[in-house]
Ligand binder design. Structure first.
Ligand code: ZN
Length: 496
């Protein structure tokens, strides 16, 4: 049979399983009653097993490796698709099956061990497991990394085309041009009363504002929905079905507001991808960094702008007249852009956020280079926090143990968060050349922004890699200058 036809059929089967698993997973994360989980785990185990067989089995290997051999006869798009498929297949098939199973068992245990260690501020009880995860990671990379530096292989895995060379330059630029500015902002004494941020805001009314935001962003409700859970996320099975969640906390109304806008950024990206990529290897957003650039563009550049609140604050105030009676739009704008040296990454503001990532990048780099071991981690962590943010955690719970990533085997993932923010500023700069972006925000014409992003970025799905996209959209390669200029400009206006 024609190899391409065979490949398409296998992919269609695999996608059917993926779809079923994703919907079940979505249900698990949002509405499933507690007692359904044992039986559900069995069903999901079965479905995952079947999917794994299809996606890595002999037929798939024959199809993908066969097509890869003929790659010079393929059109450009199929060539990229097969290149991506081969890379993923290599990652799985080159690892001996028994090691793969052992590793997954380790990860499952690691999750609980890390949770306990974090709850009890007991790094010692976790470090052995972490050392094992690092060893496995290095070993696996040696199987499929084609001799490249292990950290480079991991970085590329999470953000195609990125390596230590690029990230070193990026973070060195931040260190040189941004860190001194952040320290200056942190030194400003701010006597403003921000009480309103933590007043009680009834959750049902908060939900009304979420709905309002979905309309502001032109979210297509025929192609998606919003629910609530503990950790907000977005899930797109195809542009026709994009689901997102948010978290409601009574005394943190803006936590929901910015979660919704952030996740709507991810969701808008997924909804605006051309359906022609459905059931191919090129569906979905192209990378972690590009995805994060879209969510952070909407959340920070749009959602935390003065113009946004000039337009939408009246609605929030009409929903919460009591809580907001003494608060004007300037105070809201200042409150949602308040800069603080915090210990916890997920609570960090837009300006200090990249420094939290810098700490993690430098540590991962040293670990993968063998410059430090797990014994050194808490101390190195604390030193770097002091150096960049001027704060030292009292406990490892608030320090090296705070994030889930390493216990899940995700080494090399963190840098994409900072990269996403930096990409978003570069895209923003390009968009500004075409129209006055914040002017459009002020007249509540988000459709114009969505249309620009669709035309330049979203429609392509994964058919362009991040480097290609940046070049096509902005006319140049990744350049952190735009990010630093954007941050300095914005926060100078607020603080100086
Ligand atoms: Zn995100």
């Amino acid at each position: 049979m024609d190899l391409n036809k065979k490949y398409r059929e296998l992919l269609k089967k695999e996608k059917a399983y993926t779809y079923a698993l994703q919907i079940l997973n979505w249900d698990s994360q949002t509405e499933a009653p507690r007692d359904c989980f044992p039986q559900r785990a069995e069903v999901m185990g079965f479905l995952s097993g079947e999917m794994f067989k299809i996606s890595t089995g002999k037929d798939m290997q024959e199809a993908v490796y066969g097509l890869y051999e003929q790659k010079d006869t393929l059109d450009e798009i199929t060539k990229r698709e097969i290149h991506k498929a081969k890379k993923q297949l290599d990652r799985i098939t080159k690892i001996p099956e028994n090691e793969f199973i052992e590793y997954n068992r380790l990860l499952q245990m690691a999750q609980r061990i890390w949770e306990d260690a974090k709850a009890n501020n007991d790094y010692q009880s976790f470090k052995g497991t972490l050392a094992e995860i690092i060893e496995y990671t290095k070993k696996f990379v040696s199987y499929y990394g084609e001799g490249k530096h292990p950290y480079d292989v991991l970085l590329d895995q999470y953000e195609e085309g990125m390596s230590m060379k690029e990230y070193d330059e990026f973070f060195a630029t931040l260190k040189r041009d941004l860190v001194p500015f952040v320290r200056k902002v942190l030194a400003v004494r701010d006597d403003t009363n921000y009480d309103f941020l933590s007043r009680k805001y009834d959750i049902d009314t908060q939900k009304k504002f979420s709905n309002y935001l979905m309309d502001v962003m032109h979210f297509n409700r025929n192609r998606g929905l919003l629910k609530q859970n503990v950790h907000p996320f977005t899930w797109g099975t195809s542009p026709e079905d994009v689901r997102l969640t948010t978290k409601y906390v009574e005394n943190m109304v803006f936590s929901n507001v910015f979660s919704v806008i952030h996740e709507l950024g991810h969701a808008t990206y997924e909804q605006q991808i051309d359906s022609k990529w459905n059931n191919t290897f090129l569906e979905g957003g192209t990378s972690m960094g590009i995805h994060e650039s879209q969510s952070r563009f909407y959340e920070n550049i749009i959602g935390r702008s003065h113009e946004f609140w000039e337009t939408h604050y009246p609605k929030l105030k009409s929903l919460f007249p009591e809580q907001l009676k003494d608060v004007d739009v300037d105070l809201v704008h200042r409150g949602v852009n308040r800069v603080e040296a915090s210990l916890i990454r997920t609570e960090a503001d837009e300006l200090t956020y990249p420094l939290h990532i810098m700490v993690r990048y430098e540590i991962e780099r040293m670990i993968m280079n063998g410059e430090i071991g797990v014994d050194d981690l808490p101390e190195v962590w604390n030193e770097k926090m002091e150096e960049y943010l001027g704060v030292t955690p009292d406990t490892d719970t608030e320090g090296v143990l705070q994030d889930v990533h390493w216990s899940s085997g995700m080494i090399g993932y963190f840098p994409t968060y900072a990269l996403g923010s930096a990409y978003s500023a570069q895209f923003y700069n390009a968009m500004q050349k075409d129209f006055d972006v914040l002017g459009v925000v002020k007249t509540n014409d988000m459709g114009k922004i969505n249309a620009w992003l669709k035309e330049k970025i979203h429609q392509y799905g994964s058919s362009k890699d991040p480097k290609e996209l940046l070049l096509d959209v902005t006319g140049e390669a990744f350049n952190p200058k735009y990010y630093i200029e954007y941050l300095k400009d914005k926060y100078s206006k607020i603080y100086f």
